[in-house]
Design a protein around this ligand. Structure first.
Ligand SMILES: Nc1ncnc2c1ncn2[C@@H]1O[C@H](COP(=O)(O)OP(=O)(O)OP(=O)(O)O)[C@@H](O)[C@H]1O
Length: 541
């Protein structure tokens, strides 16, 4: 049902066409059985000729409507998946950073990959399910036409079958949902495998401990829940088949004892039941896939809801203040909530002012709150208290997107794009080439049709490429989070003594998070943090 609602949301018109034609196709297939059954029982040449024409006509209708239904549903299903992927990605990008950090990468990845795949697998089945359901309905209608009493009997048996399967199905679904819970943990383990490869390879005992204490138990729990859940589905399927065989046997052997049935009616039943067997079996066999999809849709929905609750307003930013006057933070705070009260970390309240052409160093010990402050200043974190003003304009949810466009930042965990996405300056390639030379990367990296020839470089070189992108962005305020930490002494010197100065001369405000104390004298101002509080904010020299 959830799957149908999911498809309905994409296009109810297409779904109506698909279900309508699927139904006609199923009914036509069932009618073919009725015609075969009639043709077998009525031997006259005239009726056979009529039956042959009827058979050909209905077979044609069944074929055409089946093709139309499947084609429409394939398009609809793929359209729905396409929209789901885009919507999820947009929702993630449109959600508050703190919320995303709270959810964690494994949860997001599990939904973006596994849950979407589970829905895709089920959606692929929908065209066949529709036709199978319609065939079953058509066959039931034919049985009803043959005898209402037998129809009632079949319906009763179906109610018994469904009723007895319900418990098994519910329990099976619950187990599959538990298996799905393990998947988030599995993704976290897989991240350890891919991102911690070096550390795990270098330390045999750590690797064994990780495999035995983390990965193996999680994968084991996933296996156990999946095996138990799928077993219940298999039992359900076999139980369903048994009830069905019972129905066929009952009609064939027991029914003639209670009521007078002509031989051709009996053969009509047997033919119909035998024909019903295939779609019924397919419907039952696909239950685990449908169940998984329903669990995945619940997960997607809950992620979507939680993302929607922390969604930020997205607006097309216009009129960036390249000639701005002042940025100020007034009583701004941010708090990370740990598991216990002691593990909370609060930054602020912070008051500070920033002007164009200022080179400000943010310093302090590890964990003192420098990166947190940088994210607050750049508008990535929304202050829990206090206000940010740019040229007297208070930053609110309405203009935060606009405000962020004033910053170019390289964080310690930066992401390097291999193309200059969204940078639309004239002479982009020539400028980029010049910066490549200035950053001493022209011998390593070439520009090929607006793309960097490689990003597989050393960490220091990758940071230089990130700096190149930041230069090309040409934003009014620059933010470097321990950018120089990976640079060799020569380039580090160049960065502090030349590159920062050149940016300042261009009127940029530059915030530099640094532990390189022998370059602190180059700053115009130093802000020192200690345990989330500003210890001092004073001009240098
Ligand atoms: N995503 C997070 N969730 C919870 N707590 C966090 C998170 N990021 C940082 N913290 C906590 O906030 C505090 C400040 O972290 P922050 O990264 O701002 O420090 P920093 O001064 O930049 O440190 P470093 O010099 O080591 O980079 C730390 O004590 C840390 O425990």
């Amino acid at each position: 049902m959830q799957l149908i609602v999911f498809l309905l949301r994409s296009s109810w018109g297409m779904l109506a066409i698909a279900i309508g034609t699927g139904f006609v196709s199923g009914i036509s297939s069932a009618s073919l059985i009725a015609i075969i059954s009639l043709a077998v029982s009525q031997g006259s040449a005239e009726s056979l000729r009529l039956a042959a024409w009827g058979f050909a006509g209905i077979a044609f209708i069944a074929l055409i409507t089946s093709i139309i239904s499947q084609m429409t549903l394939i398009r609809l299903a793929q359209q729905a998946i396409f929209q789901l992927r885009l919507t999820l990605s947009q929702q993630i990008l449109g959600s508050e950073l703190t919320h995303l950090e709270g959810l964690g990468i494994p949860r997001l990845m599990a939904t973006l990959t596994d849950d979407v795949q589970a829905v895709t697998d089920a959606v692929r089945l929908v065209p066949f399910l529709c036709i199978d359901l319609a065939t079953v309905a058509g066959c039931l209608a034919y049985i009803n036409w043959l005898s209402f009493r037998v129809f009632v009997l079949v319906c009763l048996l179906t109610v018994v079958a469904l009723g007895s399967c319900r418990w098994l199905l519910r329990r099976g679904k619950r187990l599959l949902a538990k298996a799905r819970e393990q998947q988030d943990i599995l993704f976290a383990n897989f991240r350890t495998v891919t991102e911690g490869t070096k550390e795990l390879k270098l330390h045999y005992w750590r690797r064994q401990a990780f495999l035995q204490e983390d990965l193996q138990p999680t994968a084991g729990r996933f296996r156990r829940y999946s095996v138990d859940g799928l077993t219940l589905f298999a039992v359900t399927s076999s139980w369903g088949k048994l009830i069905f065989f019972f129905a066929v046997g009952f009609v064939l052997f027991a029914l003639p004892q209670f009521m007078q049935l002509p031989a051709e009616t009996l053969s009509g039943y047997v033919l119909t039941f035998t024909y019903l067997m295939l779609p019924m079996e397919r419907l039952v066999n696909q239950l685990p896939i449908l169940s998984r999809a329903s669990i995945a849709l619940e997960k997607i929905q809950s992620l979507g809801l939680s993302l929607a609750n922390s969604a930020e307003q997205v607006s097309v930013p216009t009129d960036i203040h390249y000639t701005w006057q002042a940025l100020s933070l007034q009583g701004v705070t941010h708090r990370y909530r740990g598991e216990s009260e002691d593990s909370h970390f609060t930054l602020g309240p912070v008051d500070l002012k920033l002007q164009p052409g200022e080179l400000v160093f943010i310093v302090g010990g590890n964990g003192s709150g420098k990166s947190t402050l940088a994210k607050l200043i750049a508008g990535l974190y929304i202050p829990e208290a206090g206000e940010i003003y740019l040229d007297g304009k208070r930053i609110t949810s309405e203009n935060r997107e606009w405000y962020r466009q004033h910053f170019s930042a390289i964080f310690a965990d930066f992401y390097l794009f291999d193309r200059f996405l969204g940078i639309d300056t004239p002479n982009l390639e020539a400028q980029a080439q010049a910066y490549l030379q200035q950053l001493r990367l022209d011998h390593k990296v070439r520009l090929e049709a607006g793309k960097l020839s490689t990003t597989a470089l050393s960490q220091g070189q990758r940071k230089r490429l990130a700096l190149l992108t930041a230069y090309l962005e040409d934003r009014p305020i620059y933010l470097f989070d321990e950018w120089a930490a990976d640079q060799d002494p020569v380039f580090k010197e160049l960065f502090y003594t030349e590159l920062l100065g050149k940016l300042r001369d261009r009127g940029k405000a530059i915030l530099v998070i640094s532990h390189d104390d022998h370059y602190f004298h180059l700053a115009d101002r130093i802000i020192k943090l200690d345990y989330g509080q500003v210890e001092y904010d004073k001009p240098q020299g």
